[in-house]
Ligand binder design. Structure first.
Ligand code: SF4
Length: 383
């Protein structure tokens, strides 16, 4: 059935079916293993949703585990003093979220005998729970076919189905939620929303979406129209940073570097092998760009050769030039996500996942020092 022209989208049934089928296939292969995916307890899901507001997944994982060790049930949380909650929240920022969490836990105990209600209206009546969080609790905990669309979810829907170039978040809710509801496959609300979330984080990202390798490309209105935000991302992606003047007699070497985190936030390091320039030093995986090769293609090739993994590459994060005695290196750092495979030492190099705060204990090449300091939390770098 074709949608009426008054709607901001067109979504014939065959397109909806195809999009959902491809999305769920993609998710089977690329699902992120996150701690809140292994529970159906509405309390634990709610805690994760509040922590994830305005905070990246890899930062939340440790806080989430510690918080639930200290407050394993909504009754434990409701009985706590704010100072105790603050103690577990410190470092996450946006402290008002922590206060609301405590207030809501007390309301759940006081008004619902410690049991989370199972309707959107009752959930929204609790302090600090809006339409998205209510939908997320119902979908992830109870598998109810209720749309739970956050910024990522709406963005994916706009791009796939909008009839005009990017209709912005002011058009949330209403008819977009109707479309979201139609997309939920029967009995699979939980999986569908997890898939949407991972797809928005790994592929259909706000900046520089990975359209060229996207499984939904042939169904995507924004891609077909070459919407400006996709092109703008591409422009930013290819932005050049000129190297400094290269002193006579020195080589100029360009290196693409991947910052990869696991689900605990640890960062992957590898150790330079004997016989190599700077042997024995620790570094982030990556390698030299070949003549005519794009930076992304270089990084993908290097990581497949070195680690046997396929990666998604985000926009360039930082460019650093450093002069050694015999050469000048131009380093481009990219935040990357694993799409397929487990990092394996294909070249017999030593690999290690390291907590960011411990990075400064490792011996890195001089050119990496600024990045190591930033990643270890001793200083913030602007992307
Ligand atoms: Fe998103 Fe690009 Fe895929 Fe469209 S083609 S869904 S914009 S990643």
């Amino acid at each position: 059935m074709q949608a009426s022209s008054s709607r901001p989208w067109t979504a014939p049934d065959d397109k909806v079916d195809a999009v959902v089928a491809h999305l769920m296939d993609w998710f089977r292969e690329n699902r992120r293993d996150l701690p809140w995916r292994n529970t159906q307890d509405p309390y634990r899901i709610w805690v994760s949703e509040i922590m994830l507001q305005q905070t990246q997944v890899d930062r939340v994982v440790d806080y989430y585990r510690r918080f639930l060790e200290r407050f394993p049930t909504v009754r434990d949380l409701a009985a706590a003093e704010w100072e105790e909650v603050l103690d577990s929240w410190r470092g996450l920022g946006y402290y008002n979220r922590g206060r609301k969490l405590l207030e809501t836990a007390r309301a759940v105990v006081r008004n619902h005998d410690g049991v989370f209600p199972r309707s959107v209206e009752d959930l929204k009546a609790l302090p600090g729970i809006g339409p998205y969080t209510a939908g997320a609790i119902l979908s992830f905990a109870f598998n109810e076919p209720v749309p739970a669309l956050d910024t990522n979810g709406y963005r994916i829907l706009y791009r796939l189905f909008s009839t005009q170039p990017l209709e912005r978040p002011k058009q949330r809710g209403g008819r977009w939620d109707d479309l979201g509801r139609r997309l939920i496959p029967e009995g699979r609300s939980r999986g569908f929303h997890s898939a949407l979330m991972d797809f928005g984080s790994l592929v259909c990202t706000s900046r520089a979406p990975l359209c060229e390798s996207c499984v939904l490309q042939s169904y995507c209105n924004a891609y077909e129209r070459r919407d400006p935000d996709l092109d703008a991302s591409a422009t930013r992606r290819t932005k050049t940073v000129s190297p400094p003047p290269i002193p006579e007699g020195k080589d100029y070497v360009e290196v693409a570097i991947a910052i990869i985190r696991d689900t605990h936030g640890k960062i992957l390091l590898s150790r330079r092998q004997p016989g190599k320039h700077l042997e024995g030093k620790w570094e982030f995986p990556g390698g030299k760009r070949e003549p005519g090769e794009s930076w992304r293609a270089c990084l993908k090739r290097e990581l497949m050769e070195e680690l046997g993994v396929e990666i998604a590459v985000r926009p360039v994060w930082k460019v650093i030039h450093h002069e050694y005695e015999d050469r000048v290196v131009g380093l481009r750092f990219y935040r990357c996500s694993l799409l397929q495979g487990t990092p394996t030492a294909c070249e017999d190099q030593e690999l290690r996942w390291v907590e960011p705060k411990l990075l400064t204990e490792y011996d890195f090449p001089k050119a990496n020092e600024e990045i190591v300091t930033a990643l270890s939390g001793h200083k913030t770098l602007q992307p």
